[in-house]
Design a protein around this ligand. Structure first.
Ligand code: KIV
Length: 336
């Protein structure tokens, strides 16, 4: 656990480059094309969490800073755009889940999530791999297209798979183009921080909404050696701040914070103007995302300790399938 003094905070952390007048003279374009007060949803459209806990406190602080507008955005814009997700910061917790195929997309969307991620976790949850590294772009396009065909009402983001951000900007752009044009994604999620920030800025300028991802980056597991908590010391906490600020500067509309020490994730959330979406990073983030098969009890093998199971569907499915096998063997199905 880091000491309090080790956690970067508003006092010891410079704001983003443009805001402290450094390297850049103007803020980079963001994926949210409209200003907040042009089409901010009314407070009644975005029910606030009760003012308890860190998220609730931030919500009330932030909402008093923001001006509400009588002008309402059209229903589809409000519920399926990155700018809508962006503007939820400080209003109420954002909630998201993964989906990998059409029926799952429909179920998850009907549950009322704010967005749905076609995660490269498809590799470990559905495709039988040990890590996400062997998930290819073709596989991601295939699963994203299936999710889109499930016709979910919410925003769909697709993970950029391993290696696609590293070769050249053209290759990265082509991968994102395929996820959006062939897969039907509304935007992409990219693992990494300051090293990919410039390319992300160019993608956003091309019209590709990007969600960042800092902390544990599962695509680097062969280098880091294990899935573990991040920001346990001052240096790692500082690196995460630097990466997240670079991503905000690049124009990301939100950032996934995976397995970051809770106090650091909370401080980072206070520091950034864009929402943080936590996974295994405690309750101080602006939102939460989990792997759907983990909470439904469908993931083969172990699930991370921070996951709360909401159902045990694999157990139920096993029982149902066993009943079918017995019914056929014992002549109860089909009925003569
Ligand atoms: O692939 C995935 O499921 C993810 C998680 C962080 C949600 O990236």
């Amino acid at each position: 656990m880091p000491e309090d003094k080790d956690i970067p905070n508003k006092e010891n952390q410079p704001r983003s480059r443009s805001r402290r007048g450094g390297g850049r003279t103007r803020r980079r374009p963001t994926a949210s094309p409209k200003k907040e007060d042009e089409d901010s949803p009314d407070e009644q459209d975005l029910p606030m969490k009760e003012s308890s806990g860190s998220q609730g406190e931030r919500a009330s602080q932030n909402s008093s800073r923001r001006r509400t507008s009588p002008k309402k955005a059209p229903e589809d814009e409000r519920t399926s755009s990155v700018s809508y997700v962006r503007r939820l910061k400080g209003k109420r917790p954002i909630v998201a889940l993964t989906a990998y195929d059409a029926p799952m997309a429909k179920l998850v969307s009907n549950a009322g999530v704010d967005f749905l991620l076609v995660g490269d976790s498809v590799g470990t949850t559905m495709l039988g791999f040990n890590t996400t590294i062997r998930v290819t772009l073709d596989a991601m396009v295939h699963h994203t297209a299936a999710v889109r065909r499930g016709n979910p009402d919410c925003l769909i983001l697709a993970d950029l798979p391993f290696g696609e951000a590293s070769l050249s900007f053209d290759r990265l752009l082509e991968a994102c183009r395929r996820l959006m044009q062939e897969g039907g994604a509304d935007g992409v999620k990219i693992e990494g921080g300051k090293d990919v920030a410039d390319d992300i800025e160019r993608l956003i300028a091309t019209g590709i909404p990007v969600m960042g991802h800092v902390g544990l980056l599962p695509q680097t597991v062969k280098v880091i050696g294990e899935y573990r908590k991040f920001a346990n010391d001052k240096e790692e906490a500082q690196d995460i701040f630097t990466d997240a600020i670079a991503l905000e500067e690049a124009g990301c509309f939100a950032i996934v914070c995976e397995m970051i020490h809770e106090e650091v994730a909370t401080e980072l959330t206070r520091h950034l103007e864009i929402p943080t979406i936590g996974i295994g990073s405690g309750s101080g983030c602006d939102g939460q995302i989990l792997v759907t098969t983990d909470i439904l009890g469908l993931t083969p093998g172990n699930v991370p300790s921070f996951v709360k199971p909401y159902a045990q569907l694999a157990t139920e499915a096993g029982k149902a399938l066993g009943r079918f096998v017995n019914d056929v063997r014992e002549g109860r199905y089909p009925k003569a």
